[in-house]
Design a protein around this ligand. Sequence first.
Ligand SMILES: [Zn+2]
Length: 379
Amino acid sequence: MTKLIQHCVVPVNAFPVSWSSVMSLLSADDVRVAATGHWAFLLSRAGIPIEHLDGRGHPCPRCGGHDRFAAFDQLPIRGGVHCRRCFTRGTDPRPGDGISTVRWMLGCGFVDALRWIADQLGIDTTLSTKHSSLASASPTIAAPRPSISNDEVGRWTAVAKTAYRDMPGSMRDQLAASLGVTTQSLDHLRVGLDQSTGASTWPMRDADGNVIGVRMRDWRRTGQKWSLIGSHSGLFFHRVRPNDVPRGRLFIVEGASDTAAALSMGLWAIGRASCSSSSRFVLDYVRRHTPEKITLIADNDEAGIGGARRLATQIQHRGHRVEILIPPSEYSDLRQWHWHGADRDLVIGHRVLESLPAIMMPQQLLLGFDVSLSDAMTR
Ligand SMILES: [Zn+2]
């Protein structure tokens, strides 16, 4: 992994090499443990200038002033900051640890703060949400994200390109066979190889198709998934020229390999890294390409269906009818269903779980979903 990381923004303290301990069971405590030592990186990602985290007085990133904002002691380990005016005793949230700081900066609830932090650290929450408190709580907003600079896009594009070139065709065939998808689908998603770990690399994109991060999948041993450090969570899709973007029915699926399965079936599909990430890019993509019909294919579990329902509501409120479809109960996700023979016609003809009518909400009521970080900071 080190080979790829050297191109990217890396926090001051190196991350532990193995994430297995935090990936298996994600809880607030797990997130705290994973974030320990990395709060300067995380808080700068949340929009606090890193040079303002030195413990001295500085302008508040939310309400201004000259010196009313300061970091508490042991910032890298605890992540606590305060502002004498807007983040102090009696405010909600109250200053305390880094999770409160993230809640305050992003204007989100506890669960969304955990998700956002996990996302920034590249911790996979897809599997673990099934067994943790994250699954039952419903988020109040989609986590706002800082804008992504051209430099960063350039770096991630280079990382993804190198990895794509490093994967021999025969290995792509092998990976395709092990996933039960076509080699062409992996080619279209620009799946590559990280030579240092042997893991496959899956570029994540914004709605325009720019590479903004890389998802990893250890396909030969454990099947673990994670994101390269500093990655932004984004979409998996086949980037084509504007005139070649398909029309008709768009399928939105969960996970990189499910996207490959959908493409293998000849569906117009985009995927997100987990059932709770990248809503904003999905909404951007939908706005840009105005599909005639939108179908979310959820994983066959509570977290998957819950995540699909939240996204469906956001899409619906932008004036689109949207359906949710789940694979038959014996299959956990779309890839498994495809593995057992499902093809395009079967998926297209499958009974939907729910169909939500289009609702056009006034822009100002679409709370939180589209806010950029700067909006969140000035609210
Ligand atoms: Zn303030």
